[in-house]
Design a protein around this ligand. Structure first.
Ligand code: NAD
Length: 326
């Protein structure tokens, strides 16, 4: 019987070694691999645990192309902010695909934020109008600042319009816009929709915040907050006006923003295109300047594994991983 070493990559090291560009590249590649059938996600477990209002679960998958196997475990603890902790808590376990042995434990909190921001940024790169000037942000919580930073790298935005159900949170987002040199204005929802070329929704809403008729032609909307049954950020009728894309169809139709439109029979899930097909050049994506494109970013386990694999590689290269015997 022999001990073997398991790498540990801490939250702090993840922040040091994984850049937004790294996360973007990893997420774009794994979406492409998923659409080719080279990588797949396993069914998600996500349950209310009946304690601390928490949702807890597992997201797991295997990327055969990248040889990454693992699971992210964790969830959402809505009361954490008052304790000075982020609401999302998670860790990624990576396994050796040849032997099944545990290879590494990687902090998942920072990686969740950058991989989620990378997902909407990938959608902006591939689906928004290249001349998009106004970015609309709906949501001002923990994820929103990551979303704003990643989006700002994809288009030459000239202004940010923002709305949040809790106006006291808006300054978090305003500070980041200021840092990025982007004029920022808190506005009402209808004005945001009337002016924005790209909209990101990143709230915990359980009812539509944006109505279908408000969205202007040519807009790209990335719906990022809905990752659980029952959540909803936009009017289901928008799915009839928009060309709909997602990270993974099975999640989009069941726990993503599309769940309501599919359940109401407004769209068939076959009409939802995995963005990997656009990345791979197998689907044209946007075909006109007037088309509304909607990306349903539900958050798949393979995004977490891709980000964790980069963190492990970079941490080992930099001598920043620690090792424990098992
Ligand atoms: P947070 O708790 O820091 O912020 C919550 C945001 O939602 C704030 O803007 C808040 O004002 C708003 N909000 C809270 N309750 C609301 C309600 N009842 N109706 C409308 N808005 C409400 O959370 P966060 O970490 O910024 O995450 C935001 C959302 O994104 C969550 O729903 C989370 O589950 C989801 N998320 C999705 C992914 C993904 O991959 N798609 C990844 C991480 C988080």
């Amino acid at each position: 019987m022999s001990d073997y070493a398991v790498a540990v990559v801490s939250e702090d090291v993840c922040k040091e070694v994984v850049s937004r560009a790294d996360a973007f590249e990893a997420v774009e590649a794994v979406f492409g691999a998923m659409a080719k059938g080279d990588a797949w996600n396993f069914p998600v477990v996500r349950e209310a645990i009946g304690h601390a209002d928490a949702l807890y679960g597992f997201k797991s998958g295997f990327d055969r192309a990248g040889q990454v196997l693992g699971v992210k475990s964790g969830g959402y603890w809505p009361n954490n902010l008052s304790r000075g902790l982020t609401n999302h808590q998670s860790v990624v376990a990576l396994f050796d695909p040849d032997t099944g042995r545990l290879r590494a434990l990687v902090g998942g909190n920072y990686l969740t934020a950058v991989r989620t921001a990378a997902s909407s940024a990938v959608s902006i790169k591939h689906l928004s109008r290249p001349d998009s000037k106004i970015l609309g942000m709906v949501g001002a919580g923990h994820q929103s600042t990551f979303q704003l930073r990643a989006a700002a790298e994809q288009r030459a935005f000239e202004k940010v319009l923002a709305w949040n159900p809790h106006p006291d949170m808006i300054p978090n987002l305003a500070r980041v816009a200021d840092e990025l040199g982007l004029p920022f204005e808190a506005v009402e929802r209808e004005r945001l929709c009337a002016e924005a070329d790209v909209i990101i929704t990143i709230t915990s809403a359980f009812e539509p915040l944006l109505m279908a008729g408000w969205i202007k032609p040519g807009c790209h909307i990335a719906c990022m907050g809905t990752d659980t049954k029952g959540k909803q950020e936009v009017d289901a009728a928008l799915f009839k006006r928009a060309s709909v894309f997602c990270d993974e169809v099975a999640q989009s139709a069941t726990i993503g923003e599309a769940q309501h439109a599919v359940a109401q029979g407004l769209i068939d899930q076959d009409a939802i295109t995995p963005i990997g097909r656009v990345i791979n050049g197998d689907h044209p994506g946007r075909t006109s300047a007037e088309e509304i494109t909607l990306f349903d970013g539900t958050g798949v386990g393979l995004q977490d594994l891709a980000a964790a694999a980069v963190a492990l590689k970079r941490a080992e290269e930099a001598g920043k991983a620690t090792f424990a015997s098992l």
